[in-house]
Design a protein around this ligand. Structure first.
Ligand SMILES: Nc1ncnc2c1ncn2[C@@H]1O[C@H](COP(=O)(O)OP(=O)(O)OP(=O)(O)O)[C@@H](O)[C@H]1O
Length: 250
C-alpha cells in the first residue's frame, strides 16, 4: 500500500532552543487508521501542528503523498483535512452552506456533493438542522459539521483530534462507521484520542508518545507484547498504556 504520511526524524517545538518532540519516525499507509496516544502534554497536538504545516520542524521531514510543504504547498495542504478538538465554523453560515463551501474548496463535483451531503446529514442525524445557522447548534452538533465537512472533502489523509468528546453514542457510532468506509476507500487516518477503550477496537496501529518521544508503536498485539516484555501482564490498550508510562505499574 502507498505511504500517505511519512514522518522522518522529526524534532520540533515552540522555540528554536527547546524541542518538545524528539526524533519522531513513523508512517501511515493508505487504508490505515493510526491512534496517536499519550498523557496530557505528551506532545500529540505539537506533532499534529507540525504535520499541518503550522510549525516548522527543527529537524527532520514530513511528507504527505511524498511531498513536503516546501516542495509544493498547495499539494501538501490539499492532501489532508483536519478536524480539531474544538470546532471552528463560520457562524453566519447554515449547516448546508458549510458543507457546500467545503465541497467547493475541495473541488467535489455537484452531483457527488448532493448525494454525499444528503447521506452524511442522515447518518449524523442532522437532516432537521440543515438550515440552522452553525452559531445555533450544540457543541456536539458543531463537531458533527466539522466531521461531515472532512468526510465530504475525501482527502488522502484525515487528521482528527480527540473526535469523541462531546459526541453522543449515536454520533460516535456513525463516525466510526464512516471512518471504516474512509479506510476502505484508501484514505489514511491519524487520530489522537484518550478514549483508549474505543480506539483499541478500531485503529490498525498505535503510536504512543511520552515526553515528546515515541515509546511504543505497533498494532494492539505489539503494544500488549511490549508492555508484557517489561514484566507486566496486560490484555487491553489502556493497561498497556499505564504499563508503558515510565515502566509504571499496570
Ligand atoms: N503554544 C505553546 N507554547 C509553548 N509550549 C507549548 C505550547 N503548546 C503546548 N506547549 C507545550 O508542549 C508540550 C506538549 O504539549 P501538547 O499540547 O503537544 O500535548 P498533548 O499531548 O496534545 O496534550 P493534551 O492531551 O493535553 O492535548 C507541553 O509541555 C506544553 O506545555
Amino acid at each position: 500500500m502507498k505511504t500517505v504520511l511519512r514522518v522522518e526524524q522529526l524534532s520540533g517545538g515552540y522555540s528554536p532552543k527547546r524541542a518538545i518532540i524528539h526524533d519522531l519516525d513513523f508512517e501511515i499507509k493508505a487504508g490505515e487508521m493510526i491512534g496517536l496516544i499519550g498523557v496530557n502534554g505528551a506532545g500529540k497536538s505539537t506533532t499534529i501542528k507540525h504535520i499541518l504545516g503550522l510549525m516548522t520542524p527543527h529537524q527532520g521531514s514530513i511528507r504527505i503523498n511524498e511531498k513536503t510543504l516546501n516542495d509544493d504547498v498547495e499539494q501538501y495542504r490539499s492532501g489532508y483535512t483536519y478536524v480539531p478538538e474544538t470546532p471552528i465554523l463560520f457562524e453566519e453560515l447554515t449547516v448546508e452552506e458549510h458543507l457546500r463551501l467545503t465541497a467547493m474548496a475541495y473541488g467535489v463535483p455537484e452531483q457527488q456533493y448532493l448525494q454525499q451531503s444528503e447521506q452524511l446529514l442522515e447518518r449524523f442525524h442532522m437532516v432537521k438542522k440543515r438550515k440552522a445557522l452553525t452559531a445555533h447548534l450544540s457543541k456536539g452538533m458543531k463537531q458533527k459539521v466539522m466531521i461531515m465537512s472532512a468526510l465530504l472533502a475525501k482527502p488522502s489523509l484525515f487528521i482528527i483530534d480527540e473526535p469523541f468528546l462531546g459526541l453522543d453514542p449515536l454520533a460516535i457510532r456513525s463516525l466510526l462507521q464512516e471512518l471504516m468506509e474512509v479506510k476502505q476507500n484508501g484514505s489514511a487516518i491519524l487520530m489522537s484520542s484518550h478514549i483508549l477503550s474505543t480506539i483499541e477496537h478500531y485503529c490498525d496501529r498505535f503510536i504512543m508518545l511520552d515526553q515528546g518521544r515515541i515509546v511504543a508503536q505497533g498494532a494492539l498485539e505489539d503494544m500488549l507484547e511490549h508492555a508484557n516484555r517489561q514484566g507486566h501482564s496486560v490484555a487491553h490498550l489502556e493497561d498497556a498504556f499505564y504499563a508503558l508510562l515510565n515502566g509504571g505499574e499496570a
